[in-house]
Ligand binder design. Structure first.
Ligand code: ADP
Length: 758
């Protein structure tokens, strides 16, 4: 998309001195020559004498430069037209708006020209181009079609359509093979956003061009002069005679000349892309060069004044509308995202768990921020959507992410690979990262990814290599750049940037999710309070009920005993047996009530926390159980000393005792053993292992239920089935948990902790 325009006067560009900076150094506003399809006259005011003329004047006007220089304009021009010329030149501010005179007759050949006159560099510059009448009022025609284009442009619904219509409108006027809308991006590179072209040509839409394609001074010229035309790339330029402006003694400044001569570098560039003619019109926004309407044709092509005016008019309208269109498109994009947030908020209130509302329905988090992938991390669980690194890579990224500075809880980078060493293997998918932290814990995040920019943007060749020198002829060649790899290497690891508004919306989404989290936490807290209340009410009830039950039960037992004694000699054996059963059952009921009382007491009592030497406690338990252990021939193993614990000494002792009693009780082996040990985990995990009968996995949960026994009442020495329930309750009250592993027939291991896991 090179548009640099002319060769510096007196600075021939050769193989020896061409490099990338030539383009920047070229003095393109003083080329000392014009394109030969027109004639240039520099005229001195107020005398209106000719000071400079292009060498092709003899051909075009029938008067060689020697007959024109120093001569009054009135002598070479139609007298009526000259009078009009003089009037207009006095009246109009020709430094900002040129004067168009169509048709104009000049010279000896009586040819008609289109003339444009402007004042620059202390002289009047008249540019004459051959006039081709078409037999209808062209100005009106141009005006009405420009008006149509304007209406079309206003009606467009998206920026893409706006650019396309603008390109189409220009192409309709000038009939070129291709017209593109080219925007300068922040880094100076350019991108083709809209295009109208001949059907058989390949599309340039989306192509990016390096900053060096349109050097700085060419851009400055584009700000000064809106339109630039090269009618025929192969035409030999016509030099100015004399070379310097006699009033300034310097080369004539042709910044605003449409006929200005063209730089050989640019000519070569156009040849390389197969163009014979080119035209570009500036799009200016807030006094800055926003971009260009760039047009190319495969055959030489002039553009009439009227068409030029219409195109300029269109470019002005585009310039005026572009701000509004761009900001409407942005606003639409952001209001769509805000709408997404509102909908997600609804989803989160119905989905269970609520965070599935972010990934299960549309819009999902992936539908935010023009991202190619997204991830949700909840308690370390990773959910991936679209193009993302693997879950392990995401998890590995989190500790690094937690160290990064956040703004409103959000972190954004468009070059992750340069900052995070672990990104190397997935940088193509994830060069850009936007992250919103949901909670202080590093394990709650929403993440969005953007791919490396080279994957989404097609670059028209290697921007680092626009110029090549032919090895044989030494001729300078602007090659259509081939080495894409080099540029790709430079651009490695960068994504499209995250806009400020996108980061703000990520923060809004984050706030919405946090609001839902807090609502859930509050609900959970209330539920916990309710649960706690009903638990303690239940415990109080169980305590009161069992306490009150004991007394009548004792009465039943005592009276049955009295009855048994007084009726002893009068009763038949079956009746005696029945009375004995009543006594046994009431004793069992008494045991059950005692267990219930013990259980409810554990729930209600205050724990006395202290540092507990668990080894010492274990020894005390073993002393208490000595007779029992010896009776069943059980060995106790303690592979290594047990670490101390924080808790209620008496209760922990109860836990050890219950587990040890069960370990020897539910054991049918001739050589019974019990191992008491611990595992180095956080928190410390104690265990009691036996080689007993084992427990079928089906019962692993149920054995902790109160009064649940897996055997008939009398088997294995009886029991109430409350031991493990009480043990679990004690452990839970310490903030720990109890669980087991077991192989039926081989033995069981009961594990427990005494502190919370976080
Ligand atoms: P109890 O021992 O009074 O029956 P527990 O609550 O202590 O009540 O135990 C509940 C049930 O779990 C027991 O009846 C027994 O079937 C089973 N059980 C407990 N500990 C063991 C163990 N170490 N090996 C095998 N079974 C066990």
């Amino acid at each position: 998309m090179s548009t640099h325009s002319s060769l510096g006067a007196g600075t021939p560009i050769t193989a020896g001195n061409v490099d990338l900076t030539n383009c920047e150094r070229e003095q393109i506003h003083i080329p000392g020559a014009i394109q030969p399809h027109g004639v240039l006259l520099a005229i001195k005011e107020p005398e209106m004498t000719i000071l400079q003329v292009s060498a092709n004047a003899a051909d075009m006007l029938g008067l060689p430069p020697s007959q024109l220089l120093g001569r009054p304009l009135s002598e070479v021009m139609d007298p009526t037209q000259f009078r009009y010329w003089e009037q207009q030149v006095l009246l109009k501010r020709l430094d900002t708006n040129p004067l168009y005179l169509v048709p104009i007759r000049m010279g000896t050949r009586q040819r008609e020209f289109e003339a444009s006159v402007h004042r620059y560099d202390q002289v009047l510059l008249a540019q004459l181009e051959e006039y081709e009448p078409v037999g209808k009022p062209r100005t009106l025609d141009a005006y009405s079609s420009a008006w149509c284009m304007l209406t079309d442009l206003q009606r467009t619904k998206s920026l893409a359509e706006f650019y396309e219509f603008a390109a189409q409108g220009v192409r309709r006027h000038i009939g070129y093979d291709r017209v593109v809308i080219y925007k300068f991006l922040e880094d100076g590179t350019g991108e083709v956003l809209g295009e109208s072209k001949r059907d058989d040509l390949p599309s340039w839409l989306g192509l990016r061009y390096p900053a060096s394609d349109i050097p700085k001074q060419a851009r400055e010229l584009y700000l000064r002069s809106w339109i630039r035309i090269i009618a025929d790339v192969h035409a030999a330029p016509a030099r100015l005679i004399p070379e310097d402006n006699p009033l300034t003694g310097k080369p004539l400044d042709m910044s605003c000349c449409v006929l200005r001569g063209v730089s050989p570098i640019h000519i070569q560039y156009l040849k390389n892309i197969g163009a014979r003619a080119s035209m570009s019109i500036s799009i200016i926004n807030d006094d800055k060069l926003w971009g260009l309407i760039a047009c190319h044709n495969q055959t030489p092509k002039r553009v009439s004044h009227e068409a030029r005016i219409a195109c300029e008019f269109l470019a002005h309208s585009v310039s005026l509308q572009i701000n509004g269109k761009e900001s409407t498109e942005h606003q639409d994009y952001f209001s769509k995202l805000r709408d997404h947030i509102a909908r997600m908020f609804e989803y989160m209130s119905v989905e269970k768990p609520f965070y599935l509302g972010l990934v299960n329905r549309s819009p999902r988090i992936l539908d935010f921020f023009r991202s190619s992938g997204a991830a949700m991390v909840v308690d370390g669980e990773v959910t991936l959507l679209g193009e993302t690194p693997s879950a392990e890579h995401v998890r590995a990224l989190l500790p690094w992410l937690a160290q990064q500075p956040l703004e409103n809880g959000v972190y954004a980078t468009d070059r992750l690979a340069q900052l995070y060493p672990g990104a190397g293997s997935f940088r193509e998918k994830t060069s850009g990262l936007l992250a919103a932290r949901l909670q202080e814990s590093s394990l709650q995040w929403l993440l969005w990814f953007r791919p490396e920019v080279v994957q989404v943007v097609k670059w028209a060749g290697d921007p680092n290599k626009p110029v090549e020198v032919d090895a044989h002829s030494g001729e300078v060649k602007l090659s259509p750049r081939r080495s894409f790899a080099l540029w790709k290497e430079e651009k490695r690891g960068c994504s499209d940037p995250w806009w400020l508004e996108e980061r703000e919306i990520a923060a809004e989404l984050r706030r919405a999710v946090i609001e839902v989290i807090l609502k859930h936490v509050e609900q959970l807290r209330r539920l916990n309070v309710d649960l706690g209340r009903s638990n303690s009410e239940l415990e109080a009830f169980a305590y009161a009920a069992s306490h009150d039950l004991k007394e009548p039960l004792r009465g039943i037992h005592n009276y049955t005993q009295l009855l048994a004694r007084s009726l002893k000699s009068h009763m038949e054996p079956p009746d005696t047996e029945k009375l004995q059963t009543i006594l046994k059952l009431s004793a069992r009921m008494d045991d059950l009530i005692d267990s219930l009382l013990a259980y409810s007491r554990i729930g209600q009592m205050e724990l006395l926390y202290e540092n507990v030497d668990v080894n010492e406690l274990l020894q005390q338990v073993l002393v208490m159980l000595k007779a029992r252990l010896e009776g069943v021939n059980a060995t106790i193993r303690i592979p290594r000393p047990l670490p101390p614990a924080q808790g209620d000494r008496i209760r922990i002792q109860e836990v050890l005792q219950n587990l040890l009693v069960n370990a020897v009780k539910y054991n049918d082996k001739p050589e019974k053993w019990v191992e008491v040990g611990w595992q180095e985990k956080t928190p410390v995990t104690y265990y009691v292992r036996d080689n007993g009968i084992g427990i079928d996995p089906r019962h692993h949960a149920t054995i902790f239920r109160i009064f649940k026994r897996l055997h008939p009442a009398e088997d294995f020495g009886g029991g109430t089935g409350a031991g493990l329930t009480i043990t679990q309750k004690i452990i839970q009250r310490h903030g720990g948990r109890i669980w087991l592993d077991s192989i039926p027939g081989q033995g069981s291991t009961f594990y427990f902790t005494l502190g919370s896991e976080q």
